[in-house]
Design a protein around this ligand. Structure first.
Ligand code: ZN
Length: 434
């Protein structure tokens, strides 16, 4: 049985050998290495630790905060590579057709596979938007990863569908009040082109009334912006949602890619959380000129996501960080664009802020969501900074172990039940095959 109290001995933190005491899921104390005896003399901590502790020697490992993937559709992990080299509209039409066969078992096993991949690539919290969210939630919690799941509103202006979705969303919200774990329930609006104005208003008011996060695909493609302007008197998707009173600091706007100066101003003033999904955007040729500097300076909270595996093909935040930065530097013709420390914040602290979570950094009092990075390999054999080597050189297999809420959910790159999960998930592929 895993112990509640864990002392991480000799772990490197901000370049210094440290001892970290984790208790009750929280980082309780951080001290220079070699101070275990002093820790035991701290009255409060000694009392806690007297109930038993596991001491883990972390020599050669560097502690990093777990990543927060701010936009994904986890169960799409079973839909990789099925619609390649097609334009966005053909891609989404094909995906919706395939999804007609997706059931709750598919979501459950697909989310488990996604959780394996996310943990192996350092994600400890993910913000999901997919069907059968309660099955996704169960799958995620069984894997030990922290999920933010959402009821997805997508009525395509069908009144009977709208009515069904309102009822289902309300029931799911009521059920979420009885959850006794750290999963978070939220509401998703698929996009302005797939949800009626009536349902945009309803979902927005429902989310505000219950203080829930509201997750939406926003200004992902140029076509979305042009169509919105044609349908709504020249208003862009951002202007349209703002006119409806939807946007505020609880809004998580995936993509936020095709923006005017006025859009950036609105997103900043409303403190919207804008999530960049570079691999999905570039592969679907939706665009690549994400306005990082402008959004940051305007006051928006910029975060990082992968999007689902049907477009990004993997859930690797480390890869997304590297690609986000190099493309930003390239199109701006500015090597100073999106510096390393800000990149890391977008995938950690900013995600925690968006989701209103007490995590995102290794500090006393924060949730113990910790990556153990193995630096004993060629990628880190340099006088360069750890962060440069981690983001630009290494691959995520340098993440040797992962802790979520003070519990090891991956150790030595092994995740409990991995083979069995892959075997069961394989059976689901038939549901979406021709
Ligand atoms: Zn998406």
């Amino acid at each position: 049985m895993a112990k509640e109290n864990i002392v991480l001995k000799n772990i490197t933190l901000d370049g210094k050998a440290s001892d970290i005491v984790v208790s009750g899921g929280i980082i309780r104390k951080i001290l220079p290495a070699g101070n275990l005896q002093n820790i035991l003399q701290d009255n409060d901590l000694a009392k806690v630790l007297s109930e038993g502790m596991e001491v883990v020697d972390c020599y050669g490992k560097t502690a990093m905060p777990g990543f927060i993937n701010m936009h994904t559709h986890a169960a799409m992990s079973l839909m990789r590579g099925i619609e390649e080299d097609v334009v966005f509209q053909d891609w989404i039409d094909a995906i919706w057709k395939i999804e007609a066969n997706v059931d709750s078992d598919f979501v459950y096993w697909g989310t488990k596979v996604a959780a394996i991949e996310m943990l192996k690539t350092g994600t400890t919290t993910f913000n999901d938007q997919y069907w059968s969210p309660t099955h996704a939630k169960v799958a995620a919690k069984e894997m030990g990863i922290r999920p933010v799941i959402s009821y997805v509103v997508l009525d395509k202006s069908d009144p009977s569908e709208a009515s069904r979705q309102r009822d289902q969303c309300e029931r799911m919200y009521e059920a979420s009040l009885k959850w006794n774990d750290d999963a978070i329930f939220s509401v998703s609006l698929h996009a302005v082109y797939s949800v009626s104005e009536e349902m945009i208003l309803w979902a927005s008011e429902f989310a505000r009334g219950h203080d829930l996060l509201l997750h939406i695909h926003l200004s992902e493609t140029e076509k979305e912006v042009l169509d919105c302007k044609a349908a709504h008197g020249g208003l862009s998707p951002v202007e349209y949602l703002d006119r409806l009173g939807v946007l505020d600091s609880r809004t998580i706007a995936a993509h936020s890619l095709w923006l005017s100066e006025n859009d950036v101003r609105i997103l900043g003033e409303r403190k919207v959380n804008c999530v960049h999904n570079i691999n999905s955007n570039t592969k679907l040729a939706s665009g690549y000129k994400f306005l990082y500097n402008e959004l940051r300076d305007a006051g928006a909270n910029v975060c990082i996501g992968t999007d689902g595996c049907a477009s990004s093909n993997n859930l690797d935040i480390l890869e997304a960080l590297k690609t986000s930065a190099i493309i930003q530097k390239a199109w701006r013709n500015d090597p100073k664009a999106w510096p390393l420390d800000e990149l890391l914040r977008c995938a950690t602290v900013n995600g925690a802020k968006a989701l209103r979570l007490n995590t995102g950094e290794i500090a006393e009092g924060k949730a113990a969501d910790i990556l153990f990075v193995d630096t004993d390999n060629s990628f880190f054999l340099s006088p360069g900074s750890f962060l440069a080597n981690f983001i630009y050189s290494a691959h995520s297999d340098c993440i040797e172990s992962v802790m979520v809420n003070g519990k090891f959910v991956m150790r030595g790159r092994k995740i409990e039940g991995e083979k069995d999960i892959l075997r069961e998930a394989r059976k689901m592929i038939g549901l979406i095959s021709e």
